[in-house]
Design a protein around this ligand. Structure first.
Ligand code: NAD
Ligand code: DAU
Length: 348
């Protein structure tokens, strides 16, 4: 049996990846390492917590000594690294936390893997999960490809770009076998309600205002989170060492159009007259350094590994809205805690 370390598996995307790996790969023992920050929530993975091939470990990737010991103890064969500070707005308020977790934390994991693998790299792999935000902003035309130059604009994307560079540097310098993916905006169940879609679903439920930044004409490329998890599984097993793949939804939306679609779906689900939720839209002060447009060219992973998204945006959004309406206890448990305080300070 191989020991696989997944970091950040109590977060949004990580919980879907842990679930997929635990259920699909009984030949692995999955170790889920997560510090349970404000964004980490064991309620995201209650369905698999009793699985025989699964162990949860609470711990911080910034703690180098702890990470070193963990690698020695469990002799991981593979690492799927998702743990990160992930919210752009928080990075603007507190860049250093992003440097610590996203840069130093990643280097700690690389060091620990390098030490225990000690040049014997057969069957070993370090998979770093990154973001399309490292490429900066597009104008109205064009797509990010794997060869687009890095040009990060926010402290979050700068920290992710830095971690990507370290991963490649460990590949070049020490031969550490890595694979790296840069993905567009995910959405779906267990998405923390500070990000656009779950925040707005929650606010619509509670008749609270919908804070659209700037003129709302910013564009993102949305991907259903389970499709991302499938892509991660595929790349981990079939991706080429020392290579990079872009992952995206072929699904660009201006924020304001997405918000209006969401309002329409929510009105129908909540039995409200069409147009009710749109009245909650409030244009607010823009995010500093707000990237205008992200859009991914995912043709490489499509051609080389046969991956493409399985659900349309309309299907994915419908599934997502249904999930949040059926899991309001999950939402309430979050919004009644520390996050609520943060949110009140930001916007009220
Ligand atoms: P998230 O914020 O929902 O989850 C992050 C998880 O990491 C949490 O469970 C948190 O407790 C854990 N964590 C944070 N700091 C840690 C530390 N120091 N030690 C151990 N665990 C720690 O994030 P997400 O949206 O699921 O993103 C996961 C990864 O995917 C990140 O690397 C992110 O950059 C990347 N990514 C996200 C998106 C997206 O749209 N959400 C898109 C592309 C790439
Ligand atoms: O592109 C991938 C990235 O997508 C990931 O790497 C990040 O971890 C993830 O958080 C996400 O970043 P964004 O900044 O694009 O996501 P967010 O949900 O914060 O914002 C989406 C868009 O909506 C963006 O243009 C800002 C806008 N927005 C966001 C919030 C929270 C609003 O207009 N109002 C809001 O309240």
């Amino acid at each position: 049996m191989k020991n696989i370390l997944i970091t950040g598996g109590a977060g949004f995307i990580g919980s879907h990846v842990v679930r997929l790996f635990v259920t699909k790969h009984p030949q692995y023992h999955i170790f889920n390492l997560d510090a349970l920050t404000y964004a980490g929530n064991l309620e995201n993975i209650t369905d698999i917590e009793a699985a025989a091939n699964y162990t949860f470990i609470k711990g911080d990737i910034v703690d180098a000594a702890f990470i070193d010991q963990l690698f020695v103890k469990h002799q991981f064969d593979g690492v799927v690294h998702l743990a990160a500070e992930s919210h752009v707005d928080r990075s603007i308020k507190d860049p250093l936390s992003f440097v610590k977790t996203n840069v130093i934390g990643t280097v700690n994991l690389l060091n620990a893997a390098k030490t225990i693998w000690n040049g014997k790299y057969e069957g070993k792999r370090f998979y770093h999960i990154s973001t399309d935000e490292v490429y900066g902003s597009l104008g109205s035309e064009g797509l990010f490809t794997e060869t687009t130059a890095y040009d990060p604009n926010s402290p979050y994307s700068a920290s992710k770009a830095s971690s990507d560079h370290f991963v490649r540097a460990y590949g070049e310098t020490y031969g550490l076998p890595y694979v790296l993916t840069n993905c567009s905006n995910n959405y779906g169940p267990f998405h923390f309600p500070e990000k656009l879609i779950p925040l707005f679903i929650n606010n619509i439920i509670h008749n609270k205002s919908l804070p659209v930044y700037g003129d709302g004409k910013y564009t993102r490329d949305w991907l259903y989170v389970e499709d991302h998890a499938v892509a991660i599984d595929l790349v981990f097993h079939q991706g080429k060492n020392y290579d990079t793949y872009n992952i995206g939804g072929f699904n660009e939306w201006q924020n304001i159009d997405l918000v209006k679609l969401l309002c329409k779906i929510m009105d129908a689900k909540l039995g409200r007259t069409e147009g009710t939720s749109e009245q909650l839209i409030a244009y607010v002060k823009d995010r500093p350094g707000h990237d205008l447009r992200y859009a991914i060219d995912a043709s490489k992973i499509n051609k080389e590994l046969g991956w493409k998204p399985s659900v349309t945006f309309e299907q994915g959004l419908e599934k997502t809205v249904n999930w949040y309406l059926e899991n309001q206890t999950w939402l309430n448990n979050i919004t009644s805690g520390e996050y609520a305080t943060y949110y009140e300070k930001q916007y009220n």
